[in-house]
Write a protein that binds this ligand. Sequence first.
Ligand SMILES: Nc1nc2c(ncn2[C@@H]2O[C@H](COP(=O)(O)OP(=O)(O)OP(=O)(O)O)[C@@H](O)[C@H]2O)c(=O)[nH]1
Ligand SMILES: [Mg+2]
Length: 448
Amino acid sequence: MSNLETIVSISTPMGTGALSVIRCSGKSVPTIIKNFFGKELVPRRANYLDIKKNNKVLDDVVAIYYLGPKSFTGEDMLEIMCHGGPVMYQLIIKEILKIKNCRLAIAGEFSERAFLNNKMSILEAESICALINAKTEEAALAARDSLSGKIIQDLFKIDALILQIRIQVEALLDFSEEDIEIDGLKTIESHIKNCKEEILVLIKKLEKNKLLFETSKVAVIGKPNTGKSSLINFLTEEDVSIVNKQAGTTRDVVSKIFSLDGFPVTIFDTAGIRETSDTIEKEGKEKALKQATSANIILYLYDVTIGIDNDDIKILKSLKKINKNILIIANKIDLATKETFSEIKKNNSENLIISIKENINMNELRSEILEYLKLAISDTSSGIYHIKQVKHLKAAYKEINDIEVNLIELEIIAEKLKQTQENISMILDNNDDDRVLSGIFSNFCIGK
Ligand SMILES: Nc1nc2c(ncn2[C@@H]2O[C@H](COP(=O)(O)OP(=O)(O)OP(=O)(O)O)[C@@H](O)[C@H]2O)c(=O)[nH]1
Ligand SMILES: [Mg+2]
């Protein structure tokens, strides 16, 4: 990236509003100030002035100048608050872009510059991105928490702990075997145990954040009439899909984002799968299978009064080939008579038995979906949040978990601790490859 270029963008949502904020960052900011305000601005002070082009007033605005490096990006920056409405901000931006070396910013470019100028870590960049894109209150609060540097603090704590253990191990290495007190080894062992626990807690926390920040995809699949649409309406607490006793009601994929105990989830209702000559239903079936491929987990519904029949087995077999995260759910248990109830339970013991209609086991279903999602995302490396951190933490955990504390292996222990610490350092380092960077910053909105 050439920092010769000054980037310009709208930072408030595009469209009509009371105010719009235009942001500029780069070397041409002093020129912009001189050209449009005709005077220099005192940094970090709100100035109420006219923004003029060739002596013609375009608008009266509030402008704040930030002198680099004391700015969000670390460069010279200018924020102009003009009257809202697309015409005014577009007019001002158009005029600013006429200045040499000024161009429109791409999504996330302000934050990317802040990162490159060491104004924020990759973790903070991710947190800002998560905060802006938060779909639930819990996600916003978790992003705020990690933005406040809590995760970095935890990492430094782990780093310091490993260093302490390394020093203890090095000290033991300097003694001859006879002189070593067994207490020394015991202390190392207990510190290693603590450290392992801290690393695991952090991995869990980051994985939970990942689940909060990235909207997971859940596809509901099953034969016609098993209650897929009813389930979607129940979970989202809305009439998202048509429910009808007629088999083949849902033809297209219907989706809805909702908060599953605070975790944002997009749920996909799909057409019931069965052999059919109906071309629309056939297309619906194909779409359902496509959805199953890209979902994090599949909820496979069947009618408990019918049980899992050959068709279910056939569908499940083909589903397993495209997605192994399948939660099998038996619905309509309310229809079971007292006599058949225990028989049904016995035959379906591996699966969750529910009744959407009578709200039986629905809380269990919610928690099971969440648990399943956690498992599903922990063994994927896709997504944009915490990929690097979780990868290095897991590598660090692997090293430290391998350690067997005994006198003969002191040198191996020292080496493994070194590897553990190197992995932690890699998270704390601000050196990231372009793949990670573009992944994060392109998810930012324009002007951030
Ligand atoms: N008794 C009982 N009926 C249910 C339950 N869940 C859904 N139903 C009924 O089953 C019928 C089918 O429900 P839907 O939700 O439309 O089923 P679907 O799987 O979406 O069906 P298709 O879109 O046709 O594939 C409706 O009459 C629902 O009221 C349940 O737990 N118990
Ligand atoms: Mg349906």
